[in-house]
Write a protein that binds this ligand. Structure first.
Ligand code: 5AD
Ligand code: SF4
Length: 460
């Protein structure tokens, strides 16, 4: 059989297939969807079977050590697949994208020679070209920062098909990158400086999503609340202003945003929580540590008191608002006293859920060169204590919902055929009998049961 040079060479009956595996945060999930869009526009088809693929992409995360190691062990397995294909007329192209690609660049190809392309998060609009170049000229690396171009040049999901996979809920990246330089974090180095997408581009994408049935949009950004832009009259607005505009789009039933930095929680954003019914009463607001000494060493630029004051203002603006957070235990220099302060802040705030991690040394970040690293055993023991407290709070938040009537947005089928799963305003998964509604419905239900990770409910 003849090999097609052009991926869209359907006339020869050849459609190239790609397989994509995504690690990490929601932004990577969004980026994978946009890569899907750009590849589909260039004649590729997605497959969920890696064995069928002509192109395998690993969209990677670099936030903690294990994330990168998982990529290398996956690459080892895919190399064998490529070797088996070597003599066939369907060679396999392997690409690494995302933050590991950005951070490690050509090191990836040095360590794993089966890799054909390494593409950083700002360069996905060039993906089809890079794939073709790698087939003709060998391994390609593209890790330039060109975030503006990325969004201008990625096709805006022209066809209905492309949009359909967004289903009932969709992510929409409004901001990328970070200028904060927390001393533990690689993001400023992998995603580059802060960039806000223009308002018009965002409103256009949101309307297009609503047109194909999306009911809930989650705005994404590494520092989503650092978003700023101009309104229709050229006036400066922040994320609060943008949310006000999005809330006016008919058909958007729910809005969320993630991840926020306490420093960028301004008055207009807090007021948006007071004024916008569609803005869900749930906020992921990482504090990382409950010790001012450690926050300073982390270069977080806020104190525990600053954080508490924001939480107070938010709770006044929207009394049913609940909070989630990220925590790092065992940052260099963290003493038992500092860790105790973290436990105390958790007790004081009371989270509906939260993520917690052991500090992981990231090469190139200031934290990794600090001398007073904490012993792994101590980190593990602290993480266990913190997680057990957070779990207790999560379970008690869920249990307190029993008997209450809440609105849920039905998103998907459950594990059993007669079940549907929806989300509460507070991002809890709620399992209901499928007779009571259809996917996409926003319905009122009465909570009848609770576990750590979900609620059960019936028609109210
Ligand atoms: N070690 C452990 N956790 C980290 N995070 C970011 N960098 C590190 C690191 N080096 C966590 C932070 C951040 C979340 C996305 O990941 O808590 O908020
Ligand atoms: Fe990383 Fe801090 Fe920027 Fe968040 S604010 S992405 S934790 S450097």
């Amino acid at each position: 059989m003849e090999k097609a040079d052009n991926p869209s060479d359907l006339s020869k009956g050849v459609t190239k297939k790609f397989f994509i595996k995504t690690w990490g945060c929601q932004m990577n999930v969004y980026d994978s969807t946009r890569m899907h869009d750009v590849l589909e526009s260039n004649g590729y088809m997605r497959t969920d079977q890696i064995e069928e693929a002509d192109l395998v992409l690993l969209n990677t995360c670099h936030i903690r050590e294990k994330a990168a190691e998982k990529v290398y062990s996956s690459l080892g397995r895919i190399r064998k697949l490529k070797r088996n294909r070597a003599d066939s007329n369907r060679p396999l192209t392997i690409g690494v994208t995302g933050c590991v690609a950005q951070a490690e660049g050509k090191e990836i190809i040095r360590r794993e020679s089966a890799v054909d392309l390494v593409v950083g998060p700002q360069n996905y609009h060039c993906l089809p070209d890079i794939v073709e170049r790698s087939r003709k000229h060998g391994p390609q690396i593209d890790t330039e920062y060109s975030v503006e171009e990325k969004f201008e040049r990625l096709p805006l999901l022209a066809s209905h098909n492309q949009f359909k996979r967004r289903s009932i809920t969709a992510f929409l990246t409004v901001q990328e990158g970070c200028d904060k330089f927390c001393t533990f974090c690689v993001v400023p180095y992998t995603r580059g400086p802060e960039f806000s997408r223009p308002r018009n581009q965002i409103l256009e994408e949101a309307s297009a999503l609503v047109d194909v049935g999306v009911k809930e949009i989650t705005l994404l950004g590494q520092n989503v609340n650092a978003w700023h832009g101009k309104d229709a009259n050229g006036g400066e607005i922040g994320l609060g202003g943008l949310l006000n505009e999005l809330a006016m789009i008919k058909g958007i039933r729910r809005l969320r945003y993630v991840t926020s930095h306490p420093l960028d929680m301004d008055k207009s954003l807090i007021n948006a929580h007071r004024d916008l019914e569609s803005l869900m009463p749930y906020l992921h607001l990482p504090i990382q540590s409950g010790s001012n000494r450690i926050l300073k060493a982390m270069n977080r630029k806020h104190t525990v008191q600053d954080y508490l004051s924001i939480v107070d203002q938010l709770r006044i603006a929207r009394p049913d608002l609940v909070l989630s957070s990220d925590f790092i235990v065992g940052f260099p220099g963290e003493t038992d006293r500092d860790f105790q302060d973290t436990l105390e802040i958790v007790q004081q705030i009371c989270y509906s859920q939260a993520f917690s991690f052991k500090y992981s040394r990231r090469p190139g970040t200031p934290g990794s060169d600090m001398e007073n690293q904490v012993d792994e055993g101590v980190k593990s023991e602290r993480l266990e204590r913190l997680q057990s407290l957070l779990k207790k709070q999560q379970l008690s938040f869920n249990t307190d919902c029993i008997g209450k009537v809440i609105d849920i947005l039905l998103e998907k089928s459950g594990r059993d055929a007669n079940q549907l799963i929806g989300k509460s305003p507070w991002l809890q998964s709620v399992i209901v009998d499928s007779k009571i509604g259809s996917i996409g419905d926003l319905i009122s239900v009465k909570v009848t049961g609770a576990t750590l990770n979900s609620l059960h409910a019936e028609l109210s």
